[in-house]
Design a protein around this ligand. Sequence first.
Ligand code: F3S
Length: 292
Amino acid sequence: MKIKVAKSAGFCWGVKRAVNMAVDSVKKAGGRALCLGELIHNKREIERLKNLGMVFIEDMNDLRKGDTVVIRSHGVSPKVLEFLKRKGVEIVDATCPFVKDVHEKAIKLEEEGYPVLILGNARHPEVIGIAGHVKNPMIIGSLEEIKKLPLMKKLGVVCQTTLNLSFFKEAVSILSLKVKDLKVYNTICSATSVRQKETLKLAKEVDVMFVIGGKNSSNTTKLYQIAKEVNPRTYHIESKDEIEPDWLENSETVGITAGASTPQWVIEEVVNHLLHLKKGGVLSGRGVCQTT
Ligand code: F3S
């Protein structure tokens, strides 16, 4: 059995940076080191960070003066930032610079007089943060809703950095028929589009495909949907323990990819487990692992 791990599998640059900043803040904090919400959508990595001393809270009112607060890579709205400053906490801003770029583009569109449409999931923290930078944003996450929009004179578009590229293209092509003056910024992060393209290619090549990452991670779920569409034997798993040996029956090639919030050590666990299931395997790092 051959195991192929996508080159882009796992932490993206922005998540790696945020995790490093969080670990650093735990070491340096005079008082408590906290994060607003889960730093990344991966339960096992969150557990690891908790063991290092990081505290995760949902309610900002629980903050005390002297706390160190890490803003995760998804970013926050200016209102949240103001609140933190008023609370007198030490702020460690781990917002991904690419997400900050979306904030700036949304602000620019509004300044130029364009009503702002954000393509993405309205409940996702990144989208909530982007929306907080403009006055009356529209947030749309489905083609059905876009089809229902009326004809408009002007519209400016940005999108969630982890949006599905084909959804984005379709959405823009529908909007171009409805809006006279349409200004679009494709703010999909290149780490996302590279990962999605690689996932599609790999899923087509292999017999069985594993997508590793949190079930609550939207970018991992999108990878799963992309792979599942071209390979029905695709499984979304959070850890090696979910793998049923019969999933591998009659398979000569196995593909592995992982979401931007999946740590390297979780990917390695899965690869080692698969090599163990098909005895005699050799792990040769990223790329192709061949079992005998
Ligand atoms: Fe940043 Fe792109 Fe990752 S926006 S957090 S580098 S997916």
